[in-house]
Structure formats: structure tokens, C-alpha cells
Design a protein around this ligand. Structure first.
Ligand code: 6CS
Ligand code: FE
Length: 282
């Protein structure tokens, strides 16, 4: 399902593109049905909110779950990703951000690429995020906020406050791994208020409002955030990050675990599979 020239130019100009209801309700229900089983397993792949019980995110589960493995290869997602990145792609990162009703916590203002550059040695931002909404995203349930066009600032090199200290604050335990501060509510490379004020006055601010089944492609340098969710409505999303096969990260001193950052550089072959087959689009 390739993007039109107009869609590609919208993506390039604003740094994100919303494709409404790409997947049918039936397909979304198939994916959502997998979440409860995946959420109960205590594993490093499962990150909890500060309350120590609400699931914040699940990482790398596509390698052991057929439904999400299928999603990562779906032509609706892979073909646009290859167009945007300009080459064949491999799956760099797979996560499900749960943003639970009443208790899904904040994602502070940040860019994604700086994490992949500084933590994983990714050479260039020749990479794209594909977010598949498993719930409706609206003004009530902690939607994705974006600063449209801010990707043109390229990587904003923010100073890191003591990341060890940051990771200790998460869950009040001293044994949080160092990478936890890249996934907690106390983000390692978050952008400060002065920066955000300047960027919003330069580019404006928007939020994504879309129904479950929609897909949002967004640039690794677009400045984005989301508030905590105080509504009775969950707002779970699957975010698949596709990196160009021409952009393989250089070795780093402390590589992050492969459930966070895949070392499987095989190009993804787009393949519609029968598990997700009642598309809303003919
Ligand atoms: O460190 C990372 O890889 C992740 N952290 C954030 C805040 N966004 C990008 C990525 O998912
Ligand atoms: Fe992010």
C-alpha cells in the first residue's frame, strides 16, 4: 500500500502523516486480544509505570508473537516505511505503549533519534516510526502531541542530567538498568521548557486525533510528547521503528539489550498474512 506523492510531501513538510483507519476493527480486536497475555508475564521486556503495577510498555514481543510478527511485515506499513526511508528496511525497535486508563504516565517532550544516536550509534536519522493505534486517540486519553515541522531542527543535542540518578528515581529502586531512563516518565534526553516554548512559537503545536486502526508515520527528529491519561479510556499503540539497511549502527561500548534494539539486520519482506486479513480498505 504505497503512499501517494502528496502524502509523501505532507510527511516531509510536517514530519508526520496520519492514515485513518488503515486496519479494520476486526484486525484491531485480534491485536488487542494479545495484550492481556503479554502484559502478565514479568520480564525485562515489560516496563511498569512508577506505581509498580500498571504496564507502561512491552518491548520486542514481535519475535515471539505471531500476530505482532505479522503486523511488522504488513504491506500497509512496510511499503510506506521503505518509501519514506528510501531503501529496504529492517525492524530496529518494536514496542507497545499501553498508556493505561487513569494511570498511563507522561512521555516528556523529546526527539527519538538522539536515543538511537547516543545509546546505539545510529549514523543518520534514515529511520521512521510507524504507530498503529489499538484504541481511539483523542483529546481525553493522553494523545500524541507533536510540534509540526520540528524535525527540520535535526537532532537537538540536549545535555543529560545524571542518568544514573534518573534511573534510580524510577520505581525508587537502585537496580533499574541504565537504559530505563530512556523509557520511563523521567526521560534522559527530554527537552526543557525554554526550548519547547521557542519551538512552539516557531512551528505551532498539534495533537493526533484518530480512530483505532489508524497508522501514524512520524520522523525520528519530530519533537513529541504525551500527557498522562486520566480518562477511563486506554490509549495503546504499537510503534514499529524501521531503519534503513544502509544505516546500520556502529558498535557502542554498552549495547542495549536486543529486545530494545534489534541486531537482526535482515530486510523486511512485505507480506500480508492471514491472521490480519479483514482490511477496512479493499
Ligand atoms: O530509547 C529509546 O529507544 C526510546 N526512547 C524514547 C523516549 N523514544 C524513542 C525510543 O522508543
Ligand atoms: Fe518518542
Amino acid at each position: 500500500m504505497y503512499l501517494t506523492e502528496e502524502q509523501l510531501s505532507i510527511y516531509k513538510a510536517q514530519g508526520f502523516l496520519v492514515l485513518p483507519e488503515y486496519f479494520s476493527r476486526a484486525e484491531i480486536e485480534v491485536m488487542k486480544a494479545e495484550l492481556s497475555g503479554l502484559s502478565v508475564k514479568d520480564s525485562p521486556k515489560r516496563i511498569l509505570e512508577k506505581d509498580g503495577k500498571t504496564v507502561r510498555s512491552l518491548h520486542g514481543v514481535h519475535t515471539s508473537n505471531n500476530v505482532f510478527n505479522c503486523l511488522t511485515r504488513h504491506p500497509f506499513i512496510v511499503e510506506p516505511a521503505m518509501q519514506i526511508v528510501g531503501s529496504e528496511v529492517y525492524i530496529y525497535q518494536f514496542k507497545i505503549n499501553i498508556k493505561a486508563a487513569f494511570s498511563g504516565d507522561i512521555w516528556k517532550w523529546h526527539q527519538d533519534y538522539i536515543y538511537w544516536r547516543k545509546e546505539d550509534g545510529m549514523p543518520k536519522p534514515q529511520v521512521v516510526n510507524a504507530m498503529c493505534l489499538l484504541d481511539d486517540m483523542n483529546e481525553f486519553n493522553g494523545p500524541l502531541f507533536v510540534i509540526p515541522g520540528s524535525h527540520r531542527e535535526e537532532m537537538i543535542d540536549v545535555a543529560v542530567h545524571n542518568s544514573r540518578e534518573t534511573s534510580k528515581n524510577v520505581h525508587n529502586s537502585s537496580d533499574s538498568p541504565g537504559w530505563m531512563s530512556s523509557f520511563s516518565a523521567n526521560l534522559k534526553y527530554s527537552l526543557n521548557q525554554e526550548l519547547i516554548t521557542n519551538l512552539v512559537s516557531k512551528y505551532g503545536i498539534a495533537f493526533i486525533k484518530a480512530a483505532a486502526g489508524s497508522v501514524v508515520f512520524f520522523d525520528s527528529n519530530i519533537v513529541h510528547a504525551s500527557t498522562n491519561n486520566i480518562s477511563p479510556f486506554g490509549r495503546s499503540t504499537v510503534i514499529i521503528t524501521y531503519n534503513s539497511i544502509e544505516n546500520i549502527p556502529s558498535p557502542v561500548v554498552k549495547p542495549r539489550p536486543d529486545f530494545l534494539v534489534s541486531q537482526d539486520y535482515r530486510p523486511v519482506i512485505p507480506l500480508a498474512c492471514d491472521i490480519l486479513s479483514e482490511h477496512s480498505l479493499t
